[in-house]
Design a protein around this ligand. Structure first.
Ligand code: GLU
Length: 507
């Protein structure tokens, strides 16, 4: 019995733009599976279609993976035993395989010019180069052998196409969908090698998965229609026994479940669908990303993992290590997963709550800096953060929730308190101001106890004097426990704000 091959998976994006949620989830599932199996995760850049190549896209993909913490074991940037990992740099490897297919009768040369093909497209709606019309077109199946030799000898531009068999049913076992089969008559004769000598995706993906010893090939459901071509190539090249196990991941759907989530849905509904901001170098158009919106990578990954996968329990919060330990392909659902932005925000909120302060501090400092608060004292900032951490959906919210710790309120939400104001309340505050100024145990419990006793001895009601104090310190009806706020602000600042707040109420 042969020893089991080490698991090797690959993420094989074409560098055509920013990474959509679905793309990052494909990376994630590949990564989780590889790490769960003690295997290797390869990043291969599929850049053979030079017309779709977008400068900057590869760097963007690398930064996305780095941000998400999904670091490939082998990649164009850090190399590996099967380098190069950029298909354009492997160009010379593919022609021999395409020629071998021609020799063995599985492929043929096609000399049709782009203009001739365009004319066919104009003439025949949904024109497909296939067994139905290949003998009427200009290729090595329809032309005389001597003519073909001549055309090749004088270097007439040509492509190599697969010769799809007629009337065969071929299939494979998808790890998510089970048996999947195709009628070969319905598939067109795809180009394998282009006139410029570059392979198409179909040939390159098979050759590279073979040469890079990929054991499992996971990709989005949109690649399923290409599977019959790939299946035949594995067979025709004589590599059938090495073919990876395949799984096609279900789509990520629009929030209403009506079709695949697209970039346009994000614009329309006001949420990002890319991992990070992406600026199209041609148009200058910016597509917003989760990172820039203030998502923590842990939350982003966690949210993505649960789009189409669960561990069979109700657990929703998972660290990357937990995901690695629990991941299995058979718990991926066959049905598409609806994207829910509110749920995505919930994950971020939960992850902010769970994050260590040291981790959040630099981000919080950046938010403060944007608002002109430079170099806050670390210890103070950390205590503020501890108080408001569980109120943040995004790190940006820190300013809304905690700005009053750094700058005194200028606007007061007086509506609710002014109506019920009385001379007794004014007297109460005038009475406690000097007492607070010399209050010794400036800490939460002592302050709370003192304040409540002072209310009771003044004959007023407890409930009536809590909100005014909050408004004086904060400006509005929000924030953590009011005596925690006073404790952190300190004696002097608290007294100052009570005086200023009282004046505002009385105007
Ligand atoms: N290059 C393809 C893409 O852009 C990869 C498909 C596959 O994984 O086979 O997504």
């Amino acid at each position: 019995m042969s020893t089991k091959n080490k698991v090797r998976v690959r993420f094989a994006p074409s560098p055509t733009g920013g990474l959509h949620l679905g793309g990052v989830r494909t990376v994630l599932f590949n990564y989780l599976f590889a790490k769960n199996q003690g295997g290797e995760f390869v990043l291969r850049i599929e850049d053979t279609d030079q017309t779709r190549y977008v400068p900057g896209a590869e760097e963007y993909i690398m930064s996305c993976l780095a941000w998400c913490g999904l670091i490939p074991d082998e990649s164009p940037a850090n190399g590996g035993p099967y380098a190069p990992y950029r298909q354009s740099e492997r160009k010379d490897r593919y022609r021999a395989f395409a020629e071998q297919l021609v020799v063995n009768g599985y492929a043929y040369y096609a000399f049709d010019t782009p203009e001739e093909l365009e004319a066919q497209r104009q003439l025949i709606p949904n024109f497909k180069y296939s067994h139905e019309n290949r003998l009427q077109l200009r290729n090595s199946l329809s032309l005389d052998e001597s003519e073909v030799k001549k055309l090749l000898a004088i270097g007439v531009p040509h492509v190599i196409r697969i010769k799809m068999p007629v009337g065969e049913t071929i299939g494979f076992q998808d790890m998510i969908r089970g048996t999947v089969s195709f009628d070969t008559s319905l598939v067109d004769d795809k180009v394998l090698l282009k006139a410029d000598g570059m392979p198409t995706y179909h040939l390159a993906v098979v050759v590279d998965d073979y040469q890079m010893k990929i054991t499992h090939a996971f990709r989005g459901e949109e690649w399923l229609p290409s599977a019959p071509v790939h299946l035949l190539l594995w067979e025709y090249l004589g590599w059938k026994d090495s073919m990876p196990q395949w799984a096609h991941f279900p789509l990520i759907l629009k929030p209403d479940g009506n079709g695949k989530l697209s970039k346009r849905d994000g614009d329309r509904l006001g949420f990002p669908v890319y991992a990070m901001n992406w600026t199209d170098p041609k148009t200058g158009d910016l597509t917003k990303g989760f990172r820039e919106l203030g998502f923590l990578p842990e939350a982003f990954i966690n949210m993505l993992a649960l789009l189409g996968w669960n561990d069979g329990t109700d657990q929703e919060i998972f660290t990357l290590d937990e995901l690695i330990a629990k991941f299995s392909i058979d718990r991926i659902s066959k049905a598409g997963a609806k994207f829910d932005f509110e749920k995505a925000k919930w994950f971020n909120h939960e992850w902010i709550k769970r994050s260590q302060n040291e981790k959040l501090l630099p981000m919080v400092k950046a938010v403060l800096k944007e608002h002109g608060v430079i170099d806050p004292v670390d210890n103070y900032l950390e205590r503020v953060l501890a108080l408001v951490k569980d109120r943040l959906t995004f790190i940006e919210d820190f300013w809304i929730q905690a700005s009053f710790f750094f700058t005194p309120p200028t606007d007061y939400d007086l509506e609710a308190i002014q109506k019920k104001w009385s001379n007794e309340k004014t007297a109460f505050f005038n009475d406690i101001i000097p007492k607070l100024s010399s209050f010794e145990h400036w800490e939460t419990e002592a302050l709370e106890q003192y304040y409540k006793e002072a209310i009771l001895s003044s004959g007023l009601k407890l409930g009536e004097l809590m909100l005014p104090l909050r408004i004086m310190l904060v400006g509005g009806k929000f924030g953590p426990h009011v005596f925690d706020i006073a404790t952190l602000l300190g004696r002097e600042e608290t007294v100052k704000r009570v005086k200023k707040g009282l004046a505002a109420i009385l105007t």
